[in-house]
Design a binder for this molecule. Structure first.
Ligand SMILES: C=C(O[C@@H]1C=C(C(=O)O)C=C[C@H]1O)C(=O)O
Ligand SMILES: NC(=O)CC[C@H](N)C(=O)O
Length: 727
């Protein structure tokens, strides 16, 4: 008989990885702690796992229901496993004398040796194993307080007998683990969990039906009905075209300056093994911009525009539109982009994608008074004709969306805005005047880039970040800042000159150029980081970067040593591991569990100015999860937030005091064929409102040293604009 397991998630970013450790006949439900109102929920389950998480187990805001569940589970004698925060909760709830104290050395994402005693969960496991820890706090066993509460210590750090790394109750099936068995670098995680499930089988009793509301609020994706399409309205044609292999020349001659809305180029400026190595060039037929501040979508097409307020969140609206488009289009199998959206999704869209997000009041006040209020948070550019260049085969193909019959919107479940979009997809807007006569001497002049911080002010932000980590609020925070230059009078030719320089000075595999005069917006990106690639069978690849070192020339002996030292640096490796575990958990929420794998853990990729530590995580999305939903569930990119995601995002809002905009979001394509490839927007210049902005930052962990982090920020910003930085 199947074991019904309740996993209570405290908004940690690792909880879904627990599912990866489960085998056999078990049905697990993951539910956020703040969605539950009573510990009696346990009556519907055979056992419970209390997840890790930010904050403290003796703080009601973080662990109120957790504590009630522990007491109730003890009274009904059902199995309970607490991990990290959950483990600390067992001690603070059952033993009022036990205290939470800071650990001696705070090192999140650290792999340590522990010594196991004779605990029920450790059967069949060697007594000396390596596990990963993510805690700032620990249980102090003063005056045998734990023993008085019938708790015994079943594991300690290998070289510290007084530390409490695991607990077990003497008379009830209650267990705690201070470490994270679900981390990709912990040993014997699956064996520990299998031992726990064995206990669950022994204690299995009759349980009640699981309440329907609970199943619906489970954080694992539920089936959303795809629109039923009777007939295809579009098809995609592909034809080879004879153009020079110089993509820059082709973009300049055939794309830039054409088209009324602007031009876009997803540019494989650096061809690397494992990247898609395709470039896509297009003049969008239709531009959609979304503003979070008033939930409005503006659809621009030629000189006409339509503005609608949407009732759904942006993500659900876009998901619907994409699903309708996918189902309206007849497909031949094709990997990569053919036609569809070129998109830029701003970091603040996380407010609509992060489960449990609600912003604090002070932050809202700040937003209301800032100019960011009017900024565009998402851009969807529909490209019905795309020029694609394969850098490996050196061939050009033109993809085009063609009509089969007119779109019948009735019964598709589309709103007024979507209806307007579907009706105008095939029309190319007329050419704009200003773009067709480029001036002979483009203005490329900007002032130098002023930094929003000095070493002193950034150091203060870093100290506050470290303080929050020490309190147990976060394990890692990706703190960022911004640099701004005046660019009054700059036009499309100006950005183009700057972009040409950038793609040569800092060539990147996920570079991009977007010039959108109708929105007075341009994006010049030299991103080295893949956020997410999806093929049309739903296979996903994510390649987060954590770990950066400035290069010393190219290929010198010292430069090689720098790369090697990055590979073996414990701090950088821990930063990377934390994001790998976070992304595994993101993917576990909507992928086939067995498909989530880490084929490459911490490899070096070298770019013009920096070496980076990169990992690869793969998965296959479940059949009912759409491409937009997959992006939403992983957004914002974990490498730009830190971990756990939700709490870290909130802390960063307070520390950074300004919107990140497109920086830290993602850029790329989402095709009507369901394929997507998106980069993380870093090493990127964004032009808006007469100013050029560059964001730069880095992961702060407890061992971070302020002046080194500041140097890293400057290195990253300089990789984009050289010496133009003013601090
Ligand atoms: C924050 C930035 O980069 C992020 C942080 C990195 C790091 O901490 O090593 C590396 C790549 C990005 O995920 C940036 O480039 O501005
Ligand atoms: N990973 C966790 O559950 C961390 C628990 C707690 N916030 C700590 O830092 O100790």
């Amino acid at each position: 008989m199947s074991i019904k397991l309740l996993v209570v998630d405290h908004h940690d970013s690792y909880t879904n990885n627990i599912l990866k450790l489960l085998s056999g006949d078990v049905a697990a439900h993951i539910v956020n702690h703040d969605r539950l109102s009573s510990p009696r929920i346990i009556d519907s389950f055979d056992a419970v796992i209390l997840s890790p998480g930010p904050g403290r187990s003796d703080n009601d805001n973080d662990f109120k229901l957790g504590a009630e569940i522990i007491k109730y589970t003890l009274s009904v004698h059902k199995p309970l496993l607490g991990i990290c925060l959950g483990h600390q909760g067992i001690a603070t709830t059952l033993s009022t004398q036990s205290q939470l104290l800071p650990v001696k050395s705070i090192r999140h994402g650290h792999r340590m040796r522990i010594k196991l005693a004779d605990g029920r969960l450790f059967r069949g496991i060697p007594s000396d194993i390596h596990v990963v820890t993510y805690n700032s706090l620990t249980i102090a066993d003063a005056d045998n307080a734990l023993a008085a509460a019938s708790l015994s210590v079943t594991a300690t750090e290998a070289d510290d007998d007084t530390s409490v790394m695991a607990l077990q109750h003497a008379h009830a099936p209650i267990y705690g683990l201070q470490f994270h068995p679900e981390s990709v670098q912990s040993e014997y995680g699956a064996q520990i969990m299998s031992n726990f499930l064995e206990v669950c089988s022994e204690y299995k009793k009759d349980t009640l039906q699981i309440p329907r509301e609970l199943i619906e609020s489970s954080s694992i994706a539920l089936q959303v009905e795809a629109p039923r399409i009777r007939r295809h309205a579009f098809t995609v044609t592909h034809r080879s075209v004879d153009l020079p292999v110089d993509t820059e020349h082709v973009f300049d001659r055939h794309v830039r300056g054409s088209g009324g809305l602007g031009s876009v180029w997803l540019d494989s400026a650096r061809v690397i093994k494992g990247a898609e190595n395709m470039s896509y060039l297009a003049n969008p037929a239709l531009a959609i911009s979304y503003r979070l501040s008033d939930h409005s979508v503006t659809i621009q097409h030629g000189r006409t525009s339509k503005r609608v307020t949407i009732q759904l969140s942006f993500w659900d609206w876009f998901d619907r539109l994409q699903k309708v488009l996918e189902s309206l289009t007849a497909h031949t199998r094709s990997d990569g982009f053919s036609v569809g959206w070129v998109t830029a999704l701003g970091y603040e869209l996380g407010k609509e994608s992060l489960e449990g997000y609600s912003t604090c009041q002070t932050r809202l006040d700040h937003l209301r008074s800032s100019s960011a209020h009017n900024s565009v948070d998402a851009l969807l550019l529909f490209c019905n004709k795309v020029l694609a260049f394969n850098h490996v085969d050196q061939v050009w193909v033109e993809h085009k969306l063609e009509p089969i019959e007119s779109v019948d919107c009735d019964g598709l479940g589309v709103d007024e805005g979507m209806r307007y979009i579907l009706e105008h997809l095939l029309e190319s807007p007329s050419q704009s005047q200003s773009q067709s006569h480029p001036p002979l001497h483009p203005t490329t002049h900007t002032s130098s880039y002023r930094s929003a911080h000095t070493l002193q002010t950034y150091s203060r932000a870093i100290e506050e970040a470290r303080h929050q980590i020490a309190l147990g609020e976060s394990y890692e925070l990706c703190l960022t800042t911004r640099f701004t230059a005046d660019a009054e009078g700059m036009d499309g030719d100006g950005y183009w000159e700057i972009y040409k320089r950038l793609r040569h000075s800092n060539p990147a595999p996920y570079a991009a150029f977007m010039d959108l005069p109708i929105l007075d917006l341009a994006i010049l990106s030299s991103s080295p980081e893949r956020f997410m690639k999806m093929d049309d069978s739903g296979r996903i690849e994510m390649k987060p970067i954590k770990g950066t070192v400035e290069r010393d020339g190219n290929d010198s002996e010292h430069d090689k040593q720098l790369a090697e030292s990055l590979c073996s640096d414990e701090k950088e490796k821990a930063e990377n591991l934390m994001i790998v575990d976070l992304i595994r958990s993101d993917l576990m929420a909507f992928c086939e569990p067995a498909s989530v794998q880490v084929p490459h853990l911490m490899h070096i990729e070298s770019f013009e100015k920096v070496h980076q530590l990169v990992s690869t995580i793969i998965g296959k999305r479940k059949a009912h999860v759409g491409v937009v939903d997959a992006i939403k569930r992983s957004f914002p990119p974990g490498s730009m937030t830190g971990s756990p995601k939700l709490r870290s995002v909130r802390i960063l809002e307070v520390l950074e005091q300004s919107n990140r905009g497109f920086y830290s979001g993602c850029i790329g394509y989402i095709g009507v064929n369901g394929c997507a490839d998106l980069s993380v927007v870093i090493r990127t210049i964004v032009y808006a409102n007469g100013e050029m902005h560059i964001g730069a930052g880095g992961a702060i962990t407890y061992p971070s040293v302020a002046h080194k982090e500041w140097e890293e920020v400057l290195t990253k910003a300089r990789s984009v604009v050289g010496t133009q930085i003013e601090t």
